[in-house]
Design a binder for this molecule. Structure first.
Ligand SMILES: Nc1ncnc2c1ncn2[C@@H]1O[C@H](COP(=O)(O)OP(=O)(O)OP(=O)(O)O)[C@@H](O)[C@H]1O
Length: 228
């Protein structure tokens, strides 16, 4: 088991009255090596909140996240971020490119942060090829479309062949062909042994999944027609 969440929940206090709003109700979820899990759900159902907690980016109100033998939120900030860099490839929500770097340098960023002596240049180029961005390798993020930036983020998350891949709307803004290419790449990462989670409102993702869940009103439930 690469990642295990137990009774993971998140409340926010919202508005001027600071009233408590429950974004994620206690969730149990296990991500296994070699498996692609998809969570679909409508906007506002709590998908990103759940993924951020699994990624060690958002402290839960209750519950735990185990990454291997480590309890993520029992670690200090620095240790948690080290574990995240080592184990988790994250495709965060929105655009997170560094504007001063080229596309290729952005994809290589995890290697720089991880302190690799030799940046895996060839792998970065192969990933850019796989997401159809080979010709834009020297471009700046400001020259890319929203969909191209999403594809770059997928390539970056997979650079160091992480054991866990957490992708928040990896296909947002992509056309049909690029959606399939991005999902195929995530599928390949699972086939190569990673535990992959994709959260999306793209139903197309289901056909790449080993397990599919639906999120609604902060609760996670297995999809009725589980892919076999
Ligand atoms: N920092 C915050 N403070 C208060 N409320 C928040 C905060 N972050 C998220 N929420 C609320 O929690 C709920 C779930 O948000 P979340 O972003 O997890 O949904 P989502 O399913 O990922 O939606 P989308 O598909 O639109 O990204 C929303 O109603 C949102 O308003």
């Amino acid at each position: 088991m690469e990642l295990r969440a137990r009774e993971l929940a998140k409340d926010f206090s919202r508005g001027r009255s600071r009233r408590t709003f429950t974004a994620v109700r206690p969730v149990d979820l296990e991500l296994e090596a070699g498996t692609l899990t998809v969570i679909t759900g409508r906007s506002g159902s709590g998908k990103s909140t759940l993924l951020s907690m699994l990624a060690g980016m958002l402290t839960p109100t209750a519950g735990s996240v185990m990454v291997g033998e480590e309890n993520l939120y029992a670690l200090g900030e620095a240790e948690r971020s080290r574990l995240r860099n080592r184990r988790i490839g994250l495709v965060p929500q929105g655009h997170t490119a560094l504007r001063s770097l080229t596309v290729l340098e952005n994809v290589l960023l995890p290697a720089v942060l991880y302190g690799r002596a030799e940046p895996p240049q060839q792998r970065a180029e192969e990933l850019l090829e796989a997401v159809g961005l080979a010709e834009l390798r020297e471009a700046r993020p400001s020259e890319l479309s929203g969909g191209e930036l999403r594809r770059m983020a997928v390539a970056r998350a997979l650079l160091l062949q992480p054991r866990i891949v957490l992708a928040d709307e990896p296909t947002a803004g992509l056309d049909g062909e690029n959606t399939v290419a991005a999902l195929e790449l995530l599928r390949e990462a699972a086939n190569a042994g990673a535990a992959v989670l994709v959260v999306t409102h793209e139903s197309e993702a289901d056909r790449f999944a080993d397990r599919a869940f639906t999120m609604g009103g902060g609760s996670l439930s297995p999809q009725a027609d589980q892919p076999s």
